[in-house]
Design a protein around this ligand. Structure first.
Ligand code: ATP
Ligand code: MG
Ligand code: MG
Length: 549
């Protein structure tokens, strides 16, 4: 995409490079917690972190922030790697915070030795109360004055499994009167007798985010540690630990997380949708996950373009889902192969076309590309399917489709003229009759007749059938998380419509992962569960923004 002005993080990085900070080196990291699948918000962070490294000849580590054994799983690790690669990025190193548990434990001991950490036997409630309020300073308890020796001994006993969950914590000894609540002796370690997906049962104490993240950054000598705004109040603590431990001075920078309309973006909420069966797994095409978007037919380029367009903000905002749809439309318009499919069929008979005759017409794959990217054969015959809405018995003015006496072009085929229709007892049209102009064949039209409309069609004896899944917004309201009550009350009951369509025979060999424009109907892609016996297509997006006024 075209050159744009620098975002504020790039400005910081360029300033650092000019000043020769870290020898001009740029090393970022993307630190997912493997407790769910990545979503479009993570894509924003991925594009930012990997984008910085690409722009400034740096590197990006993929670091799994796996310090919470209870919610983490290798299934998530695998999906995260697949999604980042699919987005088009390469990490320099695949790392795990859990690989640093020994080092982080030693860091904790170092702080104890400096008199800067203590073991506290208080309950979580007691600690919360003793911390005070933003306007009231906290009060020290009797554990705060424990000796270095006692703290070292107790901390080791914690590690060795002597105490049950919650019996003790290790806290930093900072300032119980700090206006920043995060500095009021924050918890560094808690006891959790839980199996970890990598370290197994080796540990029963685990470091808190604040005593793992900055330490991991420092161990990896990360120069620019980019995170979201809610970590601003953690920055003082991030810096304090690094300074007191005298380790590599990584720096934290914050940007606004991506929020998007008509969806939710918290892994906890997405997990609920999966577990309670509101969607068909993490990769349901209605989900804002990377895997869901991929299954829906989004391309990596469209997601990168979206992240580029929204920019890097310093204030929270909510991005309209239609911008994401705009990006995929733009991309697929350039790359999708054009095909014909009739989603709501009615049979049309060309009375003056010889019975039993078939001819093979030709259609190019992609009119947006010079040469059309090749093409495909399209069988034509006396009976075809057209969309029900393309015929009106009594048509208003400016209805440039079919009706008695009205002429229209069949895409890649002939001009036809509507004659009559047959109806059932309820008045529904069951069959349309028309005539065609044999000299009007596309590419060699000598009829001299200009018609305004072109409609798509599929030859009845050659048609294949496919299940077509039409998706709508997952939620009925713009911001389900800010509504009263449970966010799931706002799920859109009509977010999935499944229909059977007639498709041109070439679509039976559709390529998985490729985008197809069903002419006039939108962009579609094969679903991952599509088979030769049962073709299934997902609609990625409609051709136009149906919501714009
Ligand atoms: P959730 O709140 O959904 O659990 P998280 O922030 O806990 O998400 P992590 O796995 O910890 O998820 O996130 C990995 C990285 O992605 C972090 O650096 C985080 O700041 C970033 N990230 C997560 N959600 C968003 C978002 N909506 N927009 C931008 N960045 C995000
Ligand atoms: Mg997290
Ligand atoms: Mg979180």
């Amino acid at each position: 995409s075209e050159e744009r002005s620098l975002n504020f993080i790039e400005e910081i990085v360029e300033e650092d490079i000019r000043e020769g900070k870290n020898g001009g080196r740029v090393h970022t990291r993307f630190p997912p917690e493997p407790n769910g699948y990545l979503h479009i918000g993570h894509a924003k962070s991925i594009c930012l972190n990997f984008g910085l490294a690409q722009r400034y000849n740096g590197q990006t580590n993929l670091r799994f922030d796996d310090t919470n054994p209870v919610t983490e799983d290798t299934e998530y690790v695998d999906s995260i790697k697949e999604d980042i690669s699919w987005l088009g990025f390469k990490w320099a190193n695949e790392l795990y915070a859990s690989d640093y548990f020994d080092k982080i434990y030693a860091f904790a001991q170092a702080l104890i030795r400096k008199g800067l950490a203590y073991v506290d036997d208080s309950t979580a409630e007691e600690i919360a109360t003793q911390k005070g309020t933003p306007t009231e300073p906290g009060k020290p308890n009797q554990y705060r004055s424990r000796s270095v020796e006692e703290n070292l001994e107790l901390f080791e006993a914690m590690k060795n499994g002597k105490y049950p969950d919650g019996a003790k914590v290790l806290r930093a000894k900072i300032d119980l009167a700090s206006p920043n609540m995060h500095m009021r002796d924050p918890i560094m370690y808690r006891i959790k007798h839980a199996h970890h997906h990598r370290t197994g049962d080796k540990w029963c104490i685990y470091p808190m985010y604040d005593f793992a993240h900055g330490q991991s950054d420092a161990i990896e000598e990360i120069t620019h540690s980019v995170c979201t705004l809610e970590f601003i109040p953690h920055r003082a603590l991030y810096d304090w630990f690094i300074q007191e431990l005298e380790i590599f001075p990584s720096h934290q920078y914050e940007f606004a997380r991506l929020n998007m309309t008509y969806t939710v973006m918290s892994k906890r909420k997405l997990l609920q949708l999966v577990k309670e069966g509101h969607v068909d797994g993490w990769d349901d095409p209605r989900m804002p996950t990377i895997s869901g978007l991929r299954r829906r037919g989004y391309t990596p380029a469209s997601i990168r373009e979206f992240c580029e367009r929204i920019g890097v903000a310093k204030r929270e905002n909510i991005i309209d889902l239609s911008l994401l749809e705009f990006c995929i439309r733009e991309d697929l318009n350039k790359t999708a192969w054009r095909r014909m499919a009739v989603l709501d069929p009615v049979k049309l008979i060309i009375d003056n076309y010889p019975e039993g005759q078939t001819e093979v017409l030709h259609g190019e794959n992609n009119p947006e590309v010079e040469g059309g990217e090749g093409g495909r054969d399209i069988p034509f015959s006396r009976e075809i399917y057209i969309e029900r809405e393309d015929f009106m018995e009594v048509a208003p003015k400016k209805f440039f489709r079919l009706g008695p006496g009205l002429m229209v072009r069949l895409k890649n085929a002939y001009i036809i003229k509507g004659e009559s229709c047959v109806k059932d007892a309820d008045g529904n049209i069951t069959e349309i009759h028309c005539t065609y102009l044999p000299e009007s064949k596309s590419g060699s039209d000598t009829s001299g007749i200009n018609v305004k409309g072109t409609i798509h069609w599929v030859s009845v004896p050659h048609a294949k059938t496919a299940e077509v899944r039409l998706y709508d917004r997952l939620f009925k309201v713009e911001d389900p998380s800010s509504e009263e009550g449970d966010f799931k009350e706002y799920l859109n009951p009509d977010s999935l419509q499944v229909i059977n369509a007639f498709i041109e025979p070439d679509l039976a060999t559709a390529i998985p992962g490729k985008g197809y424009q069903f002419i006039r109907k939108g962009y579609f892609t094969l679903d991952k569960n599509s088979t030769a016996d049962k073709l299934v297509f997902n609609r990625t997006v409609t051709l136009k923004d149906g919501w714009a006024k």
